[in-house]
Design a protein around this ligand. Sequence first.
Ligand code: FNR
Length: 366
Amino acid sequence: MEKYLSVKDLENAAIELLPKTARDYYKSGATEEQTLTENRKAFQRLRIRPKCLIGVDSTDLRTTVLGHEVSMPVGISPTAMQRMAHPDGELANVKAAQAEKTIYTLSTIATSSIEEVAEAAPHGIKWFQLYIYNDRDVTKKLVLRAEKAGYKAIALTVDTPLFGIRRADVRNRFTLPPHLKLANFEGELANKINRSDSGSGLTEYVKNLFDKSLTWNEIKWLRSITKLPIIAKGILRGDDAIKAIEAGCSAILVSNHGARQLDGVPATIEVLPEIVEAVKDYNVEVYLDGGVTTGTDVYKALALGAKMVFVGRPALWGLAVGGQAGVQRMLSILRNELEHTFQIAGTPTVADITKDMVRHESAYSK
Ligand code: FNR
């Protein structure tokens, strides 16, 4: 794994290795992929302002998330169907997160079940990402299973009344390979995704089964069936962050679903300050994902108020390249880059990273 020096190196290797349908599914953004590009570019428009001669001889990347300590402020966002990347799929990914002492989030539409993942990494901090199905009994069972299996939070995805248009999946007529299934389900809910009547099988699955009529009231319903903290995943506006909190959420994950839902929405790092400002009088944590591929990206998000940063695709690239070892390599690359950033920027701990550590490039071109 030592030959991979950056997340980009892992991505390039994964792209070579993956079969076309899986590669296109993992890589794509919605329609023109403008937001996909912006998720990266917006980080590059921010500059770090290091403080010199602070006398930093060691750094401490640890932080706490919803009361649990993690070894660094980088965790893994939910991505569906990870066994397309590696035979061990979600199990390899969660073991890597456990070994690196950080959070792993399991997707509802995973190719390993809630219980299998919990068994693979009994000591890891695991969150369960929830899609709300038309059938509320189905939804409720998922939540109760996650709670029973020791997951620490429910990340409710709020940006997906239906799936965004991902043209590559339509062209490839995406279906899940026949030897795999959506492991949290039985029968139709598990296997419908193995066929496509027209276009992407995944789009059809979501269109038929997910509840498009969701409102903030469903969060109250969710609140009533579980004691686990609920994280609203997919918030891009300050007023929505407030609605989520008022409906009972404990945290906000600023996310545009890896630019896969609606093209033309802002990059997540662009909207982070608005969300942080909107919720400042509430006792909630704010996280971010989308386009994070370097330690300096993580640092910029921390400076703008994120308590934790998550990566989706980078874990898939690591997984495709080397299973658990590949995901651990990805996390250790980010850890190493982050340690360097903490030290050279003169901020030895997470608490030292204040807003003034980062400035938008426009401030330097006046
Ligand atoms: C996702 N994402 C996602 N989100 C979610 O809530 N449930 C899911 O099942 C999935 N599945 C999924 C599959 C793939 C292939 C990707 C790339 C993304 C979105 C994911 O949780 C996260 O928000 C983004 O991946 C973050 O952006 P980066 O790190 O991929 O740039």
